[in-house]
Write a new protein. Structure first.
Length: 185
């Protein structure tokens, strides 16, 4: 029996977690400055089991992964996926539009973005404005997801110099965000 697209997407997500879940646990442990023995001890598992999780030899249950992350000072949360569609301007230049706006951690939202051969300081509004315009007009999906913060985008929206097609494609996302917050920027 051929799985439905929804079933296949779920299987792909489970496979992704199985391949990359260990990396998540390892990153959390390192960010907490703990060795495997210490994290295993405070999370109620053995060092060898934690090592197997981190190296993808074994997959923890959701409860176990949550307990390990909690012991490292992190929280396991549910976050909606952001998927991008590719559109084109009248002159054929490709740009990407996400399925929804997202939030970035403060260090990423106000950090440094390299777009093409230019570096922008996102903590400076004028530079963030220029970076967002460049990213919305031609950034790859991973660049958008790594540098554009939804709240900061909404705040800048009316000041962004964007081609008509790009503005029209992103406008529904910005308006939806404004309606959800009840704040007009």
């Amino acid at each position: 029996m051929v799985p439905s697209p929804m079933e296949q997407a779920l299987r792909d997500d489970v496979a992704h977690w199985a391949r990359h879940g260990g990396l998540l646990l390892r990153r959390a442990r390192r960010a907490a400055s703990l060795n495997q023995k210490a994290l295993a001890s405070v999370s109620g598992t053995s060092r060898t089991t934690l090592s197997a999780y981190e190296h993808g030899r074994k997959s923890p249950t959701l409860e176990t992964a949550g307990r390990i992350l909690d012991a490292a000072g992190f929280r396991l949360t549910l976050e909606a996926k952001v998927e991008c569609v590719t559109l084109a301007t009248r002159d054929g230049r490709a740009f990407h539009v996400p399925s929804r706006l997202w939030r970035l951690p403060v260090p990423a939202a106000l950090g440094v973005a390299r777009v093409g051969d230019r570096v922008y300081d996102l903590a400076v509004r004028a530079e963030r404005r220029a970076a967002y315009a460049a990213l919305l007009c031609g950034g790859e999906p991973d660049e958008l997801l790594g540098h554009v913060d939804g709240v900061l985008l909404v705040e800048l929206w009316d000041d962004l110099p964007l081609p008509e097609e790009v503005r029209a494609a992103w406008e529904p996302l910005v308006q939806e965000a404004r309606q959800e917050t009840g704040v007009m920027f």
